[in-house]
Write a protein that binds this ligand. Sequence first.
Ligand SMILES: [Zn+2]
Ligand SMILES: [Zn+2]
Length: 275
Amino acid sequence: MTEPLACFILDTGHCLASEHHLIEGGARQQMACHSLVALLRHPQHGWFLWDAGYAPAMLEATRRFPYLLYRLATPLRLRPELAVAAQLPRFGLAPADIGQVIISHFHADHIAGLRDFAAARFVALTEAYQAVAPLSGLAALRRAFIPALLPADFARRVHLLPAFNGPPLAGLGPTYDLFNDGSALLVRLPGHARGQVGLLAHTTRGRLFFVADSCWLTRSIVERRPPSSFVNFIADDPRSLRDTINRLHGFTAANPDIQIVPSHCPDALARLLEL
Ligand SMILES: [Zn+2]
Ligand SMILES: [Zn+2]
Protein backbone atom coordinates (compact mmCIF):
# COMPACT_ATOMS: atom_id res chain seq x y z
CA MET A 1 0.00 0.00 0.00
CA THR A 2 1.35 3.41 -0.96
CA GLU A 3 0.57 6.56 1.01
CA PRO A 4 -3.13 7.41 1.36
CA LEU A 5 -5.11 9.65 -0.99
CA ALA A 6 -5.66 13.30 -0.16
CA CYS A 7 -9.43 13.82 -0.01
CA PHE A 8 -11.63 16.91 0.03
CA ILE A 9 -15.43 16.75 0.14
CA LEU A 10 -17.34 19.37 -1.86
CA ASP A 11 -21.01 20.34 -1.80
CA THR A 12 -22.16 21.15 -5.34
CA GLY A 13 -25.70 22.31 -4.48
CA HIS A 14 -28.92 20.64 -3.47
CA CYS A 15 -32.46 19.79 -4.38
CA LEU A 16 -35.45 19.45 -2.09
CA ALA A 17 -36.91 16.05 -1.28
CA SER A 18 -39.24 14.60 1.32
CA GLU A 19 -37.60 12.64 4.15
CA HIS A 20 -40.70 10.47 3.92
CA HIS A 21 -39.45 9.28 0.51
CA LEU A 22 -35.73 9.15 1.33
CA ILE A 23 -36.07 6.57 4.10
CA GLU A 24 -38.74 4.14 5.27
CA GLY A 25 -40.69 5.70 8.14
CA GLY A 26 -39.13 9.14 7.51
CA ALA A 27 -40.89 12.34 8.61
CA ARG A 28 -43.19 14.16 6.22
CA GLN A 29 -40.83 17.09 5.92
CA GLN A 30 -38.61 18.52 3.22
CA MET A 31 -34.88 17.90 3.35
CA ALA A 32 -32.02 19.43 1.44
CA CYS A 33 -30.49 16.68 -0.69
CA HIS A 34 -26.95 17.90 -1.37
CA SER A 35 -24.90 16.39 -4.16
CA LEU A 36 -21.49 15.57 -2.82
CA VAL A 37 -18.31 15.23 -4.85
CA ALA A 38 -14.95 13.97 -3.60
CA LEU A 39 -11.80 15.64 -4.88
CA LEU A 40 -8.99 13.13 -4.44
CA ARG A 41 -5.28 13.05 -5.15
CA HIS A 42 -3.20 9.95 -5.70
CA PRO A 43 0.49 10.51 -4.87
CA GLN A 44 1.61 9.25 -8.32
CA HIS A 45 -1.47 9.48 -10.53
CA GLY A 46 -2.63 12.93 -9.49
CA TRP A 47 -6.04 14.50 -9.04
CA PHE A 48 -9.32 12.75 -9.74
CA LEU A 49 -12.99 13.15 -8.89
CA TRP A 50 -15.62 10.87 -7.48
CA ASP A 51 -18.61 12.05 -9.52
CA ALA A 52 -19.05 15.52 -11.01
CA GLY A 53 -22.11 16.74 -9.08
CA TYR A 54 -24.39 19.61 -9.98
CA ALA A 55 -23.25 22.46 -12.20
CA PRO A 56 -24.96 25.30 -14.14
CA ALA A 57 -25.36 22.87 -17.08
CA MET A 58 -28.09 21.22 -15.00
CA LEU A 59 -30.28 24.32 -15.14
CA GLU A 60 -29.68 24.75 -18.86
CA ALA A 61 -30.49 21.08 -19.57
CA THR A 62 -33.74 21.10 -17.57
CA ARG A 63 -35.15 24.30 -19.05
CA ARG A 64 -37.50 22.57 -21.49
CA PHE A 65 -39.84 19.62 -21.63
CA PRO A 66 -39.36 16.72 -21.05
CA TYR A 67 -36.34 17.38 -18.81
CA LEU A 68 -38.17 20.22 -17.10
CA LEU A 69 -40.09 17.44 -15.33
CA TYR A 70 -36.86 16.46 -13.56
CA ARG A 71 -36.60 19.94 -12.08
CA LEU A 72 -40.25 19.91 -11.07
CA ALA A 73 -39.81 16.55 -9.30
CA THR A 74 -36.68 17.66 -7.44
CA PRO A 75 -36.66 21.47 -7.07
CA LEU A 76 -33.07 22.59 -7.62
CA ARG A 77 -31.22 25.01 -5.36
CA LEU A 78 -27.99 25.53 -7.30
CA ARG A 79 -25.40 28.30 -7.31
CA PRO A 80 -22.78 28.55 -10.07
CA GLU A 81 -19.99 29.01 -7.53
CA LEU A 82 -20.74 25.55 -6.07
CA ALA A 83 -19.89 23.70 -9.30
CA VAL A 84 -16.70 21.65 -8.84
CA ALA A 85 -14.90 23.57 -11.60
CA ALA A 86 -15.69 26.84 -9.79
CA GLN A 87 -14.43 25.48 -6.45
CA LEU A 88 -11.11 24.15 -7.76
CA PRO A 89 -9.21 27.47 -7.54
CA ARG A 90 -9.37 27.39 -3.74
CA PHE A 91 -7.27 24.24 -3.93
CA GLY A 92 -4.88 25.92 -6.39
CA LEU A 93 -6.32 23.81 -9.22
CA ALA A 94 -7.93 24.28 -12.63
CA PRO A 95 -10.21 21.82 -14.48
CA ALA A 96 -7.23 20.73 -16.64
CA ASP A 97 -5.55 19.36 -13.48
CA ILE A 98 -8.26 16.72 -13.06
CA GLY A 99 -6.97 13.57 -14.74
CA GLN A 100 -10.07 11.45 -14.36
CA VAL A 101 -13.64 11.46 -13.16
CA ILE A 102 -15.14 8.26 -11.79
CA ILE A 103 -18.86 8.13 -12.55
CA SER A 104 -20.82 6.23 -9.89
CA HIS A 105 -23.89 6.12 -12.16
CA PHE A 106 -25.45 8.26 -14.87
CA HIS A 107 -28.18 10.10 -12.94
CA ALA A 108 -28.15 13.79 -13.83
CA ASP A 109 -27.18 14.99 -10.33
CA HIS A 110 -23.91 13.00 -10.62
CA ILE A 111 -22.89 13.97 -14.15
CA ALA A 112 -24.01 17.61 -14.56
CA GLY A 113 -20.45 18.88 -14.05
CA LEU A 114 -18.77 16.55 -16.60
CA ARG A 115 -18.64 19.04 -19.46
CA ASP A 116 -16.41 21.32 -17.36
CA PHE A 117 -13.59 18.78 -17.62
CA ALA A 118 -12.43 18.91 -21.22
CA ALA A 119 -9.19 16.98 -20.64
CA ALA A 120 -10.31 14.34 -18.17
CA ARG A 121 -10.72 10.65 -18.77
CA PHE A 122 -13.99 9.22 -17.50
CA VAL A 123 -14.36 5.87 -15.76
CA ALA A 124 -17.66 3.99 -15.56
CA LEU A 125 -18.99 0.46 -15.66
CA THR A 126 -19.77 -0.74 -19.21
CA GLU A 127 -23.17 -1.90 -17.99
CA ALA A 128 -24.00 1.57 -16.63
CA TYR A 129 -23.14 3.40 -19.85
CA GLN A 130 -24.78 0.89 -22.16
CA ALA A 131 -28.03 1.20 -20.21
CA VAL A 132 -28.31 4.94 -20.91
CA ALA A 133 -26.29 5.63 -24.07
CA PRO A 134 -29.10 4.84 -26.55
CA LEU A 135 -31.76 6.77 -24.59
CA SER A 136 -33.28 10.18 -25.27
CA GLY A 137 -36.41 12.13 -24.37
CA LEU A 138 -38.80 10.53 -21.90
CA ALA A 139 -37.01 7.18 -22.01
CA ALA A 140 -33.84 8.91 -20.75
CA LEU A 141 -35.76 10.94 -18.19
CA ARG A 142 -37.28 7.76 -16.75
CA ARG A 143 -33.71 6.78 -15.87
CA ALA A 144 -32.95 10.29 -14.51
CA PHE A 145 -30.48 10.65 -17.39
CA ILE A 146 -30.09 13.82 -19.46
CA PRO A 147 -28.00 13.12 -22.59
CA ALA A 148 -26.98 16.79 -23.08
CA LEU A 149 -24.97 16.65 -19.84
CA LEU A 150 -22.39 14.34 -21.44
CA PRO A 151 -19.54 16.03 -23.32
CA ALA A 152 -19.80 15.56 -27.11
CA ASP A 153 -16.63 13.43 -27.08
CA PHE A 154 -17.66 11.37 -24.06
CA ALA A 155 -17.61 8.04 -25.91
CA ARG A 156 -14.00 8.67 -26.96
CA ARG A 157 -12.83 9.68 -23.49
CA VAL A 158 -14.63 7.12 -21.35
CA HIS A 159 -12.79 4.07 -20.07
CA LEU A 160 -15.50 1.45 -19.69
CA LEU A 161 -14.90 -1.26 -17.13
CA PRO A 162 -16.19 -4.78 -17.71
CA ALA A 163 -17.32 -6.98 -14.81
CA PHE A 164 -14.87 -6.76 -11.90
CA ASN A 165 -12.60 -9.64 -10.94
CA GLY A 166 -10.32 -8.19 -8.24
CA PRO A 167 -10.18 -9.40 -4.60
CA PRO A 168 -13.71 -9.33 -3.16
CA LEU A 169 -14.99 -7.13 -0.34
CA ALA A 170 -16.77 -9.32 2.22
CA GLY A 171 -20.39 -9.74 1.17
CA LEU A 172 -20.13 -7.18 -1.63
CA GLY A 173 -18.33 -9.08 -4.34
CA PRO A 174 -15.27 -8.53 -6.57
CA THR A 175 -13.49 -5.20 -6.84
CA TYR A 176 -11.63 -3.18 -9.44
CA ASP A 177 -8.37 -1.74 -8.12
CA LEU A 178 -8.15 1.66 -9.82
CA PHE A 179 -4.42 2.21 -9.24
CA ASN A 180 -3.29 -1.36 -8.51
CA ASP A 181 -2.21 -0.43 -5.01
CA GLY A 182 -5.37 -0.89 -2.91
CA SER A 183 -5.89 2.85 -2.40
CA ALA A 184 -9.09 3.06 -4.45
CA LEU A 185 -11.33 0.02 -4.93
CA LEU A 186 -14.50 0.10 -7.01
CA VAL A 187 -17.28 -2.36 -6.22
CA ARG A 188 -20.69 -2.91 -7.80
CA LEU A 189 -23.65 -1.68 -5.74
CA PRO A 190 -26.69 -2.82 -7.72
CA GLY A 191 -30.30 -1.78 -7.32
CA HIS A 192 -30.54 2.01 -7.48
CA ALA A 193 -29.25 2.43 -11.05
CA ARG A 194 -27.95 -0.08 -13.60
CA GLY A 195 -24.22 -0.63 -13.13
CA GLN A 196 -23.83 1.68 -10.13
CA VAL A 197 -20.44 1.45 -8.41
CA GLY A 198 -19.11 2.48 -5.01
CA LEU A 199 -15.57 3.57 -4.12
CA LEU A 200 -13.69 2.39 -1.05
CA ALA A 201 -10.87 4.92 -0.67
CA HIS A 202 -7.90 4.77 1.67
CA THR A 203 -7.50 8.49 2.46
CA THR A 204 -5.65 10.78 4.83
CA ARG A 205 -9.02 11.11 6.61
CA GLY A 206 -9.37 7.38 7.11
CA ARG A 207 -11.11 4.79 4.99
CA LEU A 208 -14.13 6.33 3.28
CA PHE A 209 -16.68 4.23 1.45
CA PHE A 210 -18.49 6.33 -1.12
CA VAL A 211 -21.69 4.38 -1.76
CA ALA A 212 -23.32 6.80 -4.26
CA ASP A 213 -27.13 6.43 -4.11
CA SER A 214 -27.25 2.90 -2.62
CA CYS A 215 -29.24 4.82 -0.05
CA TRP A 216 -29.78 8.53 0.48
CA LEU A 217 -29.19 8.63 4.23
CA THR A 218 -26.44 6.84 6.17
CA ARG A 219 -29.16 5.82 8.63
CA SER A 220 -30.56 3.51 5.95
CA ILE A 221 -27.48 1.33 6.27
CA VAL A 222 -26.99 1.63 10.03
CA GLU A 223 -30.65 0.89 10.78
CA ARG A 224 -31.32 -1.26 7.70
CA ARG A 225 -34.12 1.07 6.64
CA PRO A 226 -34.21 1.37 2.83
CA PRO A 227 -35.79 4.28 0.95
CA SER A 228 -39.59 4.32 1.00
CA SER A 229 -41.14 1.82 -1.43
CA PHE A 230 -43.02 4.84 -2.80
CA VAL A 231 -39.88 5.69 -4.79
CA ASN A 232 -39.32 2.14 -6.07
CA PHE A 233 -40.37 3.33 -9.52
CA ILE A 234 -37.08 5.19 -9.95
CA ALA A 235 -34.98 2.21 -8.83
CA ASP A 236 -33.44 -0.06 -11.45
CA ASP A 237 -34.21 -3.10 -9.28
CA PRO A 238 -35.91 -2.48 -5.89
CA ARG A 239 -35.16 -5.98 -4.63
CA SER A 240 -31.43 -5.73 -5.19
CA LEU A 241 -31.49 -2.19 -3.77
CA ARG A 242 -32.67 -3.67 -0.47
CA ASP A 243 -30.18 -6.49 -0.77
CA THR A 244 -27.34 -4.00 -1.30
CA ILE A 245 -28.37 -2.07 1.83
CA ASN A 246 -28.35 -5.30 3.85
CA ARG A 247 -24.92 -6.21 2.49
CA LEU A 248 -23.57 -2.73 3.27
CA HIS A 249 -25.00 -3.05 6.78
CA GLY A 250 -23.08 -6.31 7.26
CA PHE A 251 -19.90 -4.89 5.73
CA THR A 252 -19.86 -1.77 7.90
CA ALA A 253 -20.79 -3.68 11.05
CA ALA A 254 -17.70 -5.83 10.44
CA ASN A 255 -15.55 -2.79 9.56
CA PRO A 256 -16.51 -0.08 12.06
CA ASP A 257 -13.49 2.06 11.15
CA ILE A 258 -14.88 2.65 7.64
CA GLN A 259 -17.04 5.74 7.18
CA ILE A 260 -20.00 5.35 4.83
CA VAL A 261 -20.56 8.32 2.54
CA PRO A 262 -23.82 8.29 0.56
CA SER A 263 -23.76 11.07 -2.07
CA HIS A 264 -26.72 12.97 -0.63
CA CYS A 265 -26.57 12.27 3.12
CA PRO A 266 -26.65 15.52 5.12
CA ASP A 267 -24.97 13.87 8.13
CA ALA A 268 -22.04 12.59 6.05
CA LEU A 269 -21.70 15.99 4.40
CA ALA A 270 -21.75 17.85 7.74
CA ARG A 271 -19.04 15.50 9.03
CA LEU A 272 -16.73 15.74 6.05
CA LEU A 273 -17.41 18.95 4.14
CA GLU A 274 -14.42 21.02 3.11
CA LEU A 275 -15.37 24.64 3.71
ZN1 LIG B 1 -29.06 8.27 -8.43
ZN1 LIG C 1 -28.12 11.11 -6.78
